[in-house]
Ligand binder design. Structure first.
Ligand code: SAH
Ligand code: SF4
Ligand code: F3S
Length: 467
């Protein structure tokens, strides 16, 4: 998972002409799984008559779908709740309703505590129970303050409605699809095993059904999601045990599904079949987010990552041998407790060896309840800041070098959305870069060949070619 604060695209078609309907604004923090969950919560509420809106001001219900991964992420929630409390007071003075819900990983981690800290909150619902959101809102409307963070016995996906084709298509030609949730790895810095619970894989039939529905509605690219997506396993069509590689081979057979991606993987779960899928499947994009976190074996061990730097580098070599044009992305943490200057230098060395096309790097943030928080030797804030600056300078240099290496290449891009200029669209390269190109909006969803002619700060420029 990359941790990017993202706003979910609101299904415009759904909001169009039902002005009397109740409106929900969903603010999404954190990773792609939260983005996916926000969409599904919107679906659950749509079947109760809610339409989505883009602003809290316009909404009757505001949901904060939260992230607990670093201290700052959790702090953001409480400052947003402060603003919402004032808004709710003004609304109530006018005799209008404003309900406030906290969902996601802060909800799971803090539960009741959220009600104590913020009087404005009506419902607190964890990532495993959001299919019960409509019932919780009904109870809240009768005056109850609801906390529902149990790990539900029932499978939430079985209880969530799937919207019609028009709504799915209005969300774009790419889609996320959660196939796995939770984590059993217990890296010593990380809250995810506590907020998302233990690893669960969605059954194959459910995944195929959802993928088929997405493709039927016009989706061309699916990104499979999981906190540890490559730990996905299930019973295959032939009755044997399947891993993520087998699932990708099967999904690649769906007519009309042009592109597949998956995130986030753990190095320990990159098995041979998955590497073969990268070799064999044209639909599987040559891009892999494979976090390593640190380059020192002592730090990796203290983080409980359960592999060495050398093993990671060997693994990358095998993946590159199977798919030479693959681009790599990674996550890094600087200043894990006890990390020395020399150990930090090992991270820089590993980055030099691997060469990343994209990356996400963070200062270690102490998370209550994780083993890392118990370690004595916390690294000073200035040291973390200085290390992060050095690491990011190197990673940014590699990102630019990768972008520059694309100039002159002829590649296929998937046209995704309008660009800033009229008659310009933004497409996606196989390596997840945004590509600006002249094209008509009727071409959204097409895959076209382009020549990359230049690079911008966060995107590439291309001209069309006929092939
Ligand atoms: N399963 C995903 C984890 C998602 S968290 C994975 O293994 O990549 C995304 C990233 O946040 C992690 O890879 C890690 O780099 C970072 N992260 C997690 N806990 C953190 C902490 N306590 N402090 C700083 N960064 C952290
Ligand atoms: Fe967190 Fe580690 Fe699990 Fe990723 S693999 S979610 S970093 S515990
Ligand atoms: Fe954050 Fe939860 Fe994702 S803690 S990174 S929203 S799994």
């Amino acid at each position: 998972m990359t941790d990017q604060t993202a706003l979910i695209p609101n299904p415009v078609a759904q909001a169009a002409d039902r002005t009397n309907a109740r409106k929900v604004f969903i603010k999404t923090y954190g990773c792609q799984m939260n983005v996916y969950d926000s969409v599904r919560m919107g679906d659950a509420l749509a079947s109760e008559g809610y339409v989505t809106t883009d602003t809290a001001e316009d909404a009757d219900l505001v949901l904060l779908n939260t992230c607990h991964i670093r201290e700052k992420a959790a702090d953001k929630v409480y400052s947003a709740l402060g603003r919402l409390r004032d808004m709710k007071k003004e609304r109530n003075a006018e005799g209008r309703e404003l309900m406030i819900g906290v969902t996601g990983c802060v909800a799971q981690a803090e539960g009741e505590e959220i009600l104590r800290r913020s009087s404005a909150v009506d419902v607190v619902i964890g990532p495993q129970t959001y299919h019960r959101l409509p019932q919780a809102l009904k109870r809240a409307r009768q005056g109850e303050r609801v906390v529902d963070t149990d790990y539900a016995v029932e499978d939430k996906f079985e209880h969530l409605p799937v919207p019609d084709k028009k709504v799915i298509r209005s969300r774009g030609v790419t889609s996320f699809l959660t196939v796995q949730e939770g984590c059993d790895k217990f890296c010593t810095f990380c809250v995810v095993p506590y907020t998302r619970g233990s690893e669960v894989s969605r059954p194959l039939a459910q995944i195929l059904d959802e993928a088929n529905k997405l493709v039927d509605a016009g989706v061309r690219e699916i990104t499979l999601l999981g906190q540890n997506v490559n730990a996905w396993h299930g019973t295959g069509l032939d009755g044997s045990s399947w891993g993520l590689g087998d699932l990708l081979y099967r999904l690649a057979e769906i007519p009309g599904l042009a592109r597949l991606r998956y995130t986030t993987s753990h190095p320990r779960d990159m098995d041979d079949r998955l590497i073969e899928a990268h070799r064999d499947l044209r639909a599987l994009m040559p891009y892999l987010h494979l976090p390593v976190q640190a380059g020192s074996d002592r730090v990796l061990k203290a983080m409980n990552r359960r592999h060495t730097a050398e093993e990671y580098v060997r693994l990358i070599e095998r993946i590159r041998a199977a798919r030479p044009d693959i681009a790599l992305s990674g996550d890094f943490i600087v200043g894990f407790p006890g990390e020395t200057d020399a150990e930090f230098e090992d991270t820089l060395k590993l980055v030099e060896t691997v060469r990343y096309a994209q990356s996400f790097s963070f200062k270690y943030s102490t998370r209550p309840g994780t083993p890392g928080a118990e370690l004595g030797s916390q690294v000073a804030e200035e040291v973390k800041a200085e290390r992060l600056e050095r690491l990011q300078a190197l990673l940014l240099k590699q990102q630019h070098e990768f972008a520059e290496s694309c100039v002159g290449k002829v590649i296929d891009i998937l046209l995704e959305k309008p660009g800033r200029m009229p008659e310009q669209l933004i497409g996606r390269s196989p390596w997840l870069q945004s590509v600006n190109v002249d094209a008509k909006s009727s071409q959204i969803g097409d895959i076209i060949s382009v020549r990359i002619v230049g690079t911008g700060p966060n995107s590439l420029f291309a001209e069309r070619i006929e092939r």
